[in-house]
Design a protein around this ligand. Structure first.
Ligand SMILES: O=C(O)CCC(=O)C(=O)O
Ligand SMILES: [Fe+2]
Length: 259
């Protein structure tokens, strides 16, 4: 988190060289409000995003900003171990053996995002990040400032920062494949008038994102005449299309493909 903060603390001219809002995101990207012009309101954070997988999108080591290179690569290995263990447990939890989610490709895409939520003079007029659900499996680390909330029983609940603790988000694809056995978590980050910036380091593990012939859906092993599929099949480009056309929006995709 210190290394990510050090990146964001650099002068604008240094960071702006990496700035883009392009959709075909590869390598290293510095961005703010990737969905500006498509959502109703701008939100209050900047992000450094680094692709680590698949190989085609992976940032070359020398492209990763030096202020956080070593730390980011170390975090990649650590967070991937956590994700692998969790995917095994999630598979076993469905009675499908430990390898199922990994075999389906949940470790194929890997993106680390270092968010920076600066001091906000009027936090009641915006949010840090809009309510949304993630796509695959997310491993998240946050500093002490706070502001992350999850929706529980229709109420927003604070995810209190605990030093050294990781927050894990289940995303929409896991909800769909598990046919609602697992439920993706709606979350948001409030803007804060704290002088200290909020930092979070988020690793997104996901299915391949490019193929429009790979169809995913509720896993057949989980379906019975009493429990038919709750979702139609989908491709990842279809999921991402919604994400890029509408911006972050609550459970948008889940609702769209629900039968
Ligand atoms: O900064 C956070 O804690 C949450 C970030 C987030 O939800 C995301 O990047 O998808
Ligand atoms: Fe998220």
């Amino acid at each position: 988190m210190n290394a990510i903060k050090a990146f964001h603390d650099q002068p604008h001219e240094v960071k702006s060289k990496l700035y883009t809002r392009a959709h075909d995101r590869e390598g290293v990207i510095y961005t703010s409000n990737f969905d500006l012009y498509r959502t109703n309101a701008a939100t209050w954070h900047d992000s450094l995003a680094v692709w680590l997988s698949p190989e085609k999108k992976r940032a070359e080591e020398k492209e990763i900003p030096e202020v956080c290179r070593k730390e980011l690569l170390a975090w990649d290995l650590r967070s991937a171990k956590v994700a692998e263990a969790l995917l095994e447990l999630l598979s076993e939890g469905l009675g499908l053996g430990a390898e199922k989610f990994k075999d389906l490709g949940f470790l194929v895409s890997k993106l680390i995002v270092g968010h920076y939520y600066p001091y906000c003079p009027q936090p009641d007029l915006t949010v840090g990040i809009r309510p949304h659900t993630d796509s695959g499996l997310t491993v998240l680390l946050q500093n002490q400032v706070g502001g992350l909330q999850v929706k529980h029983d229709d109420e927003w609940v604070d995810v209190e920062p605990i030093p050294g603790a990781l927050t894990i988000n289940i995303g929409d694809t896991i909800q769909i494949m598990s046919n609602d056995k697992y439920v993706s978590v709606e979350h948001r980050v409030l803007a804060k008038a704290s002088k200290e910036p909020r930092i979070s380091v988020v690793t997104f593990f996901d299915l391949e994102t490019e193929s429009d012939t790979n169809y995913y859906g509720a896993l057949p092993e989980l379906l019975t005449p009493d429990k038919p599929a709750l979702y139609r099949k989908f491709t990842m480009p279809e999921l991402l299309e919604g994400f890029y056309s509408k911006g972050l929006e609550n459970k948008f995709f889940i609702q769209k493909i629900r039968l």
